[in-house]
Design a protein around this ligand. Structure first.
Ligand SMILES: [Zn+2]
Length: 462
């Protein structure tokens, strides 16, 4: 009798132990799942499995576990969600981000912790170093697209990073594109260039400066540019502008085989960012000197005076280069030599409109195709007639007139004021209750890391 009771007791205890063990295992499995649970996000890396993707319950911005990327070796790592978008609509994506020892691989870089659209160069500003929680904001336009892959990234489309980034509190809202044809330009005149270039293993220091007459020419051309844009477009657009003269020298340059040296956004972002923030600029001109005739060591530039088609955080970005010869009339008005000295500014801005038209799927002949349509450079005013017809769809062809669609003048980069009447989307909603969680656990593929494909586009047209 006594024995029997004991056995019963023992089996009851072992039953309880088994249940407890099962619960412990379930909790462990669940915690393991939660640690790796990136919800609907797809993880993607340049070097597969070189970075760790984890959920972090210790470092959090609000109640939910943060999304953590750690790269101990330089990598480009991101988690993204493919989001359906309505074409021609501005969107604003935000998140909170915290960083620890984030370092870019290149000395001069636009990489770091940021928001981006996978497979494009569209991105928010980047955070590097060790920084506490802050809000990141990324504004983009869907243009001709019906879906985009919105990514939260530690790295960059042309760079890698080491360090740790925590992301949290993702939001997305849709706004309304204002029908605005007044374009706001920022013209930065960098009066000094002070760079060290490497040539055949040897380093050479190059110091160049503009004189007051150079600066006056640039200022005068901006004034002429304002008038010319309005006149040449026959009132389809107008221009406001600010000129900022920066004494602090340009200390780094970018290089490509086609153009030689030039200034990319990453070369001067730390010098122009404070001027740009909150100003809603639609286009940026950077005026610079890359050589002068009295100088022994010119910076190699392959035959360009202006360079465009680039963008800085969604804003059109062009280089305006001063000629090496002080006797050049390229940027000087003279009734017998040059009556259209603002031509380079017009040309580079039109490259940005050409790129915009392409991205929105609008008609646009190539800006360099003037000869094909019977236009030629004229002695006093260069290609002014071509630009005027280009801007007004008045280029005659056998199948009717062509040129820039006038809609392009309303397609300015999106700014904060396009979100005054906005609506939130639910794309980044995380599961809130146990039923949603269980549903997700059942339906979610566990380990879905993919490889990032690098893509550069739209850059550098002279
Ligand atoms: Zn060009």
């Amino acid at each position: 009798m006594e024995e029997k009771q004991k056995t019963k007791k023992t089996s009851k205890i072992s039953y309880i132990i088994i249940i407890i063990m099962l619960i412990v295992v379930a909790i462990a499995l669940y915690n393991r799942f939660e640690e790796k649970n990136f919800n609907d996000f797809v993880r993607t890396e340049y070097m597969l499995y070189a970075s760790q993707f984890e959920r972090d319950s210790d470092v959090t911005y609000f109640k939910k576990d943060s999304y953590k990327i750690t790269s101990t070796t330089p990598n480009d790592a991101m988690f993204y969600k493919e989001v359906k978008v309505t074409p021609n609509t501005p969107y604003k994506v935000t998140c909170m981000v915290k960083t620890k020892e984030v370092k870019t691989q290149k000395d001069v870089s636009i990489g770091g912790a940021h928001i981006s659209i996978a497979d494009t160069v569209e991105k928010s500003k980047s955070i590097t170093g060790t920084k506490d929680w802050q809000k990141l904001e990324f504004i983009f336009n869907s243009k001709a697209r019906t879906s985009v892959k919105l990514g939260f990234r530690l790295g960059g489309y042309d760079d890698n990073c080491t360090g740790t980034a925590w992301f949290s509190d993702f939001t997305i809202e849709a706004g309304y594109q204002a029908e605005d044809t007044n374009w706001k330009f920022a013209c930065f005149i960098f009066t000094n260039t002070d760079v060290t270039l490497e040539e055949n293993g040897a380093k050479k220091d190059i110091k160049l400066a503009m004189n007051t007459s150079d600066v006056a020419d640039m200022r005068q051309n901006m004034a002429r540019f304002k008038t010319s844009c309005q006149e040449l477009s026959k009132g389809k657009m107008s221009v406001d502008y600010d000129v900022m003269t920066i004494q602090e020298p340009i200390t780094s340059l970018s290089y490509d085989n086609e153009n030689g040296y030039y200034v990319a956004p990453e070369n001067i972002q730390d010098k122009i960012q404070t001027y740009i923030e909150g100003e809603n600029y639609d286009h940026i001109f950077v005026c610079l000197r890359l050589g002068d005739n009295e100088h022994q060591n010119d910076i190699p530039v392959y035959d360009w005076i202006g360079l465009g088609g680039m963008d800085y955080l969604g804003i059109g970005f062009s280089n305006i280069r001063l000629p090496n010869s002080s006797r050049s009339y390229t940027y000087k008005y003279n009734s017998r030599i040059n009556t259209f000295p603002e031509e380079v500014f017009i040309h580079e801005f039109l490259h940005s409109l050409e790129r915009t038209a392409k991205e929105y799927g609008l008609e646009r002949p190539a800006l360099h195709d003037y000869a094909k349509y019977g236009y030629q450079e004229e002695r006093l005013e260069g290609l002014k007639k071509w630009y005027q017809d280009y801007m007004n769809q008045m280029i005659k062809t056998s199948s009717g007139n062509i040129g820039l669609d006038k809609k392009v003048y309303t397609l300015q980069p999106n700014h904060e004021d396009d979100f005054i009447y906005s609506y939130q989307l639910n794309e980044f909603k995380e599961p809130n209750n146990i039923i949603e969680k269980i549903r997700q656990i059942i339906f979610k593929a566990f380990d879905n890391v993919t490889i990032i494909t690098k893509k550069k586009e739209g850059n550098n047209i002279s």
